[in-house]
Design a binder for this molecule. Structure first.
Ligand code: SAM
Length: 191
């Protein structure tokens, strides 16, 4: 399997996941050993779809689905990845999640790269985490340092069901403190 740190670097013109945030090594570590057959990215086309293309190359046999409320001219690029599907809709609307569930079922990896504010990140988790497969991983990118504790405290209402991974790449960020560089991972414990 190709490493995310390399995929995000190769597609740095289409995604900021490595160029700005250096999340590649966290993805590589957190997904190691997982059998990933389906991926969902919430907020995906903003820079042209480089996240979706990277997931598609990392998991060529997986179904990779992106949700965004605009195409952002990513259609031509994404059409070169046969396992990528783009669902245009509002990430925070229940109807969009229901449509994704009806069309694609559950997902082994869900990535929230949509609106980087704690209320939106919490709302997205409530709406989309039911679509996570039993041993799946739910990633929340770009959590602000001043919001991370409150977000974790809100998520704690889910109790002991989740193992939480904390990734902080601020020390790798040239513009330290200018953009959010904390990534959370939530993985359901094996029952
Ligand atoms: C940071 S960009 C995503 C970058 C992409 N994941 C990547 O790796 O290159 C955030 C995206 O969220 C989308 N977005 C913002 N609000 C949204 C909403 N309510 N519903 C759907 N998409 C939304 C924007 O259109 C934008 O494409």
């Amino acid at each position: 399997m190709e490493k995310f740190v390399d995929l995000f670097t190769v597609h740095a013109h289409l995604t900021d996941k490595e160029k700005c945030h250096h999340y590649g090594y966290l993805y590589d570590g957190w997904t190691a050993g997982m059998q990933i057959k389906s991926v969902l990215e919430l907020g995906c086309t903003g820079f042209g779809g480089g996240g979706l293309i990277s997931f598609s190359k990392a998991y060529p046999d997986a179904c990779v689905v992106g949700v965004d409320d605009r195409d952002n001219n990513s259609h031509n690029i994404l059409s070169s990845c046969p396992n990528v599907h783009l669902l245009i809709g509002d990430v925070y609307a229940e109807g969009t999640a229901l449509k994704a569930m009806a069309d694609f079922g559950s997902f082994d990896l869900i990535v929230d790269d949509c609106v980087h504010k704690k209320q939106y990140q919490f709302d997205a988790f409530e709406l989309w985490s039911p679509l996570l497969s039993r041993e799946g991983l739910y990633i929340i990118e770009d959590v602000f340092e001043h919001e991370v504790l409150d977000l974790l405290s809100r998520l704690s209402k889910y109790g002991r069901e989740w193992q939480v991974f904390f990734g902080d790449t601020r020390h790798l960020q040239r513009n330290y403190g200018m953009i959010p560089d904390i990534m959370l991972g939530l993985k359901r414990y094996k029952l």
